[in-house]
Write a protein that binds this ligand. Structure first.
Ligand code: HEC
Length: 97
């Protein structure tokens, strides 16, 4: 039993240390950008990528729950990376109603 726990936690450490490298290579360079910078990036990406096929939507026109679904369908259309998807989402829901 003790051995099993040791193996299990070793595996968890391995997974934890490998996963960020596998998915986001830049993350290993340290904390990527601050929240304020991420919001600024999200705004820029939103303004540049989300008004191409239709008018730029109003961030305040949808609830944060609606934005989850909208971003899930629009991020692939705008060819956003997972990070950009997150930043744009964080930006639109940060805009005060
Ligand atoms: C390649 C074209 C394209 C791009 C780029 C695009 N959209 Fe859209 N968007 C559509 C189309 C087509 C619709 C309407 C049909 C649908 O809902 O799929 C739509 C609908 C919407 C709607 C209305 C949804 C509703 O339920 O009323 C919102 C909001 C929206 N897009 C936001 C965005 C955001 C935010 C981005 C940037 C991440 C984006 N779109 C990028 C094509 C695009």
């Amino acid at each position: 039993m003790k051995k099993f726990i040791a193996v299990a936690s070793f595996t968890a450490v391995l997974l934890a240390s490998c996963t960020p490298k596998a998915t986001t290579p830049t993350a290993s360079a340290g904390p990527a950008v601050s929240t304020a910078e991420q919001l600024a990036q999200g705004k820029t990406i939103f303004e540049n990528s989300c008004g191409k096929c239709h008018e730029l939507p109003k961030p305040t026109a949808y609830t944060s729950v609606q934005w989850v679904g909208i971003m899930n369908s629009m991020a692939p259309k705008a060819k956003l990376t997972e990070e950009q998807h997150q930043w744009v989402y964080d930006y639109v829901v940060s805009v005060k109603k």
